[in-house]
Design a protein. Structure first.
Length: 214
């Protein structure tokens, strides 16, 4: 038995260095939560870069031109936005708030700079930082992609270290040594927050009323 109105979902910030496993974990989390009857979604970012082969508008990104992106930023239509390697990326405010209002858990796949912006706009937004089990394993994962030469890997390792120094700004820390265990940990955080007294009281208001009637 459920309540008469949906309980708003929680906005989750999830950050990790490249090679930390964030993308795989967040996508697996959606399936894991669905099996528990919990709706979750990864926020689809806006970007000014061109679509890559196989990318679908509205699925992988919302593709807009520079002028439209700047208009949206000036109008306050982003929860956070940044410029990365000459291309702009941002999290749309309206769609995020719509999903949350429907009771969906929304996952923001963003870096520490974006996390600061979101927390400034929405204090109390929980943040999760995912670390690799070791520097050697992180480098192995970056090499395992088979797409970059040694110089690029070195730059990615340096960028990863610059990202990881900000782990202390987050509320939760997960070490992705075992994928399954890291997924368990991530799911546990989401489910524990949903099981807190206030949202459960709202979610099961009619049941509680029925059970407590004399």
């Amino acid at each position: 038995m459920s309540s008469s109105a949906p309980v708003p979902g929680t906005l989750w910030i999830v950050s990790a260095p490249s090679g930390g496993g964030k993308t795989s974990l967040t996508r697996a989390l959606i399936d894991r939560l669905a099996r528990r009857g919990v709706a979750a979604a990864i926020s689809v970012s806006y970007t000014t870069r061109a679509p890559r082969a196989g990318e679908q508008p509205g699925v992988h990104y919302h593709f807009v031109d520079e002028a439209e992106f700047l208009r949206m930023a000036a109008a306050g239509e982003f929860l956070e936005h940044a410029e990365v390697f000459g291309r702009r990326y941002g999290t749309g405010r309206a769609e995020t708030e719509r999903l949350l209002a429907c009771g969906t858990e929304v996952l923001l796949d963003i870096d520490w700079q974006g996390a600061r912006q979101v927390k400034a706009l929405r204090p109390g937004t929980p943040g999760v930082f995912i670390l690799p089990p070791s520097a050697a394993e992180l480098e192995r994962r970056l090499h395992g992609r088979g797409q970059d030469d040694a110089a690029v890997i070195a730059r990615r390792m340096a960028a990863a270290q610059a990202e990881m120094v900000h782990y202390g700004e987050y509320d939760h820390l997960i070490v992705n040594d075992s994928f399954d265990h890291a997924l368990d940990d991530l799911a546990a955080l989401v489910l524990a927050r949903r099981l807190a007294l206030a949202p459960q009281q709202a979610r099961y208001a009619r049941l509680i009323k029925e059970l407590l009637q004399p």
